[in-house]
Structure formats: structure tokens, C-alpha cells
Design a protein around this ligand. Structure first.
Ligand SMILES: Nc1ncnc2c1ncn2[C@@H]1O[C@H](COP(=O)(O)OP(=O)(O)OP(=O)(O)O)[C@@H](O)[C@H]1O
Ligand SMILES: [Mg+2]
Length: 251
């Protein structure tokens, strides 16, 4: 996930609190690069979308308006249409008109309702060059003196690799904060399983340490894979009337 961009001397609300909220949502240490705190691109199934859902729940609704887009083939036209629809407007057909329309809506939102838009583009590693360029222009308002919104790009690790290319330098320079959401380590994964099991009402330990080791070996700590392995192990264990999932029943 690439970061929330704030204004260069612009009037945009307080993006630092978006970043702060975003930072607090990571209940595990963030990876750092070059000594700089580098709070989300990430491998698949590590919890990027889950984190953004949580961000939506935690942001102060009286200050921020979260707009979320997730589309594997996002074009500029669909981008503006999607955002305008979430603002309750019917988008103009041509993308230039829709862009002006969005800027107007955002000015109204900020000027009258004192709301700062926070736009989240999920699956951003799939954006094509045209769409990435569009984001760059979108972030410039009033001859680049204001930034109309905080933008959060959420994607798998190749997003970062692409943004590292010279061709994307102008976009990269506009990113204020980068977060990398790593896989869970063994201890975090054990805690993650415990939290899930206790939320599901488990009264005693259901997995032996050896089974947890095995799940870690197979999943490398990717949350989605952990969920899948645990579910299958529990179904298998229940079908075979085991009280505990041990290494024999978990593989
Ligand atoms: N911190 C967490 N607490 C509870 N569940 C989590 C957490 N992180 C991830 N999960 C679970 O892991 C699964 C994958 O999470 P999510 O869809 O957010 O991953 P992702 O990184 O967005 O994946 P993708 O790269 O495929 O888009 C979901 O079922 C989600 O509920
Ligand atoms: Mg996702």
C-alpha cells in the first residue's frame, strides 16, 4: 500500500491523522526501509483490504469521507464515475468533464461540509500506466498548490517495484508514506489463531504447538492461508472425532 498524500501548503484537512489512524491499525511491527518508517504494498492475503476496512471504521466521520475503489481494470472514466457515484452524483460521460465535476464536488465537500476525502484504490498493482498517470494529475489542484484528497494505493508488492521505475518518478515523489504489511511471524500467527478461536467461542486449546508449527510452515504466515488451513484441519478433526488438532490430523 502506498501512502496517504497530503497537501503542499494546501488547505486539506489533516491527512496526518489519516496516516496516524492507518499506523495504529497495524497491530504488528511495520517493516522499515532506509531507517524510515515504512508503514503497507504487501504480499497477497496478508490483510491489506482488512486493514482498510478497519480504517473506514476508525476514521472520524465528521472529518473524513472514505471513498473506496477496487477494480482490476480501472480506467480514468470508471475511476471518476465510481467516486462520483459514492458521492451521490451521476457522473458526466466524458472523463474530462467527470474530472472537473469531481473537483467541484470535492471543493464543496471541503468548503461547506469540512470533510476531507480519503480515496482508497485497492488492487493498485493492477493499475495500468494511464491510470497511474491520471492519479498524479488528480492530486494536483489549483496549479499544484493544493492537494484535494488523501490517496491510499493498496496493492501487492509489485506495486512498489513498479513505482520504483524511473518512468514513475513523478508519482513516487508525491508519496508521503509507504507501508509494508509483512506476513505474520510464528508468534504473531499463534496469537492470530488464538484470537480467532476465542472469538469463535473455543473453550480450550484446539491446536497443538506442533500443529501450529506445521501450519506456519505451509502458510508462511499469510493470513488467508492460515485461515484456510485451520478451517480444513478443524473440519477434518471434527469428522474424525479428535478433540485436538495435532500434527497427524493437521496435514
Ligand atoms: N488482522 C487480521 N485480523 C483478522 N483477520 C485477518 C487479519 N488480516 C487478515 N485477515 C483475514 O485474512 C484474509 C485475507 O485478508 P485480506 O483479504 O485483507 O488480504 P489482502 O492482503 O487484501 O489479500 P489480496 O492480496 O488477495 O487482496 C481475510 O479472510 C481476512 O479476514
Ligand atoms: Mg485485498
Amino acid at each position: 500500500m502506498a501512502g496517504a498524500r497530503n497537501g503542499r501548503g494546501g488547505t486539506c484537512g489533516n491527512p496526518a491523522s489519516v496516516a496516524g489512524t492507518l499506523g495504529r491499525l497495524f497491530d504488528r511491527p511495520l517493516e522499515t526501509a532506509g531507517g524510515r518508517r515504512n508503514p503497507a504494498p504487501a504480499p497477497e492475503g496478508t490483510g491489506k483490504t482488512t486493514t482498510i476496512r478497519r480504517l473506514g471504521e476508525e476514521l472520524d466521520e465528521t472529518k473524513f469521507k472514505l471513498l473506496y475503489l477496487s477494480d482490476s481494470k480501472l480506467t480514468p472514466r470508471h475511476f471518476y464515475k465510481g467516486l462520483l457515484e459514492q458521492l451521490g452524483c451521476e457522473s458526466k460521460f466524458y472523463h474530462g468533464d467527470a474530472k472537473r465535476q469531481l473537483h467541484r464536488e470535492i471543493e464543496l465537500m471541503r468548503g461547506i461540509h469540512r470533510l476531507q476525502p480519503v480515496v482508497v484504490v485497492d488492487e493498485a498493482h493492477l493499475l495500468d500506466r494511464k491510470m497511474l498517470e491520471e492519479l498524479r494529475f488528480l492530486l494536483n489542484m489549483k496549479m499544484d498548490s493544493q492537494s484535494p484528497m488523501a490517496l491510499i494505493l493498496v496493492g501487492q508488492s509489485e506495486l512498489w517495484d513498479r513505482l520504483g521505475l524511473q518512468a514513475y518518478a513523478a508519482i513516487r515523489q508525491r508519496i508521503d508514506m509507504q507501508c509494508y504489511l509483512p506476513h505474520l511471524d510464528r508468534a504473531e500467527m499463534g496469537a492470530y489463531m488464538k484470537r480467532h478461536l476465542s472469538a469463535a467461542g473455543a473453550a480450550h486449546e484446539l491446536f497443538t504447538e506442533a500443529a501450529i508449527d506445521e501450519i506456519y510452515r505451509y502458510s508462511s504466515g499469510a493470513a488467508r492461508l492460515v485461515n484456510k488451513l485451520c478451517t480444513h484441519a478443524l473440519i477434518y478433526g471434527a469428522q474424525n472425532k479428535h478433540r485436538i488438532v495435532d500434527i497427524w490430523s493437521s496435514v
